[in-house]
Write a protein that binds this ligand. Structure first.
Ligand SMILES: NC(=O)c1ccc[n+]([C@@H]2O[C@H](COP(=O)([O-])OP(=O)(O)OC[C@H]3O[C@@H](n4cnc5c(N)ncnc54)[C@H](OP(=O)(O)O)[C@@H]3O)[C@@H](O)[C@H]2O)c1
Length: 322
């Protein structure tokens, strides 16, 4: 396993982060435990979770796995807050009220006294950023979290938050978590340059585009089973274009002898701003498919060839002087 330092924290993590969104949902407890054991055997020390995954069962299963293996000090543990957790107007979001309640619940389920990177899972338009940052700073001072982190926010908003943290001498975001794969490349335009400029770690989710880049999908190929059949994933990869990319990617893999899941992960991993991709699996076999990413001879030339299979995102408004 390769290990990378997260931004300016000095914390070393495996170059694959294992995402536990499937724990207690797509994977039952036995399958989840088997994947956790395989991760540890392969040297993975980095686990992503969220309070909302599988109605909190993911945190409970992950907490039990870590506790029973007695390996808490070897693990870099990530979880998140923001998504709706209970009925009532205050059962969601990034208010101090919700954050302070939820961090205690997460610590209890994860059977630990600290969360290494605590993520704001989404943007909450009802809470001023200052209120959420101040709550996270308090949690850091209390030792309940080591570092604040942020997912699914626009780069300009993160940049603004970094300025607010600096002005107030509050703990700043040290890690970002955008979606990134061959079909969804928007992070290349603003977010990755921000991460590189400010020395933020970056872990990227959905490297397989929710299954689209497994080699099973194409314009005329839509398996009956699989997550992409669910309405919210169909909406995310709507229209013909993503399936054309999937066809081109599958043909490229076939011609060059690469397994599609391994190449998709190796490609996401190869962006210089990326600390680690977050892989999601339902079985040990799928997890082994990701570990094969380390056998792919990914270099700048191969990265460019794979990148040419989809349209690079438009560069935005900035123009450099001639
Ligand atoms: N911050 C956020 O908002 C956010 C959002 C999403 C995810 N995440 C994190 O990122 C992790 C990964 O996300 P993701 O699950 O969306 O990743 P993904 O890379 O887009 O999709 C993984 C899915 O691809 C399919 N797959 C994997 N290997 C396969 C193989 N060899 N053959 C066939 N199908 C295969 C499986 O689904 P099927 O078998 O059902 O097709 C698997 O669940 C999550 O666990 C979570 O920790 C974070």
């Amino acid at each position: 396993m390769n290990y990378r330092v997260i931004g300016r924290t000095g914390i070393q993590v495996s170059q694959l982060c294992f995402g536990t969104m499937s724990f207690g949902s797509y994977a039952d407890e036995a399958a989840s435990r088997a994947m956790f054991a395989r991760c540890r055997e392969a040297g993975i020390n980095f686990f992503d979770c969220a309070n909302s995954y599988a109605g909190s069962r993911a945190e409970s299963i992950l907490g039990a796995c870590i506790d029973e293996a007695g390996c808490r000090d070897e693990i870099v543990l990530v979880t998140k807050v923001c998504r709706p957790m209970r009925d009532g107007v205050n059962g969601r979001g990034l208010s101090r009220h919700h954050i302070m309640r939820e961090v205690e619940q997460s610590l209890r389920r994860l059977r630990t006294d600290r969360i290494d990177f605590y993520f704001m899972h989404h943007y909450d338009p009802l809470t001023p950023v200052e209120a959420s940052l101040r709550a996270f700073d308090d949690l850091q001072r209390q030792g309940k979290i080591l570092y604040p982190a942020v997912s699914n926010w626009a780069a300009w908003r993160i940049a603004k938050a970094l300025g607010i943290s600096e002005r107030n001498a509050w703990a700043r975001f040290e890690l970002v978590q955008p979606m990134y794969n061959l079909v969804k490349r928007q992070a290349e335009v603003e977010l990755f340059p921000l991460a590189q400029s400010e020395q933020l770690g970056a872990i990227v989710y959905s490297p397989l585009a929710s299954g689209l880049l497994t080699g099973l999908y194409g314009v005329d190929r839509r398996p009956a089973q699989g997550r992409l059949n669910e309405a919210r994933y169909q909406a995310r990869y709507a229209g013909r274009a993503p399936y054309e990319v999937a066809d081109a990617f599958t043909a490229f893999c076939r011609a060059r002898g690469f397994a599609p899941p391994a190449l998709a992960v190796a490609w996401a991993m190869s962006h210089p701003a990326v600390t680690a991709p977050i892989v999601g699996a339902e079985t040990v076999e799928q997890l082994d498919g990701y570990l094969a990413a380390f056998d792919i001879p990914m270099d700048a030339a191969l990265r460019e060839e794979v990148g040419a299979l989809s349209d690079a995102p438009d560069g935005g408004v900035e123009r450099t002087v001639d």
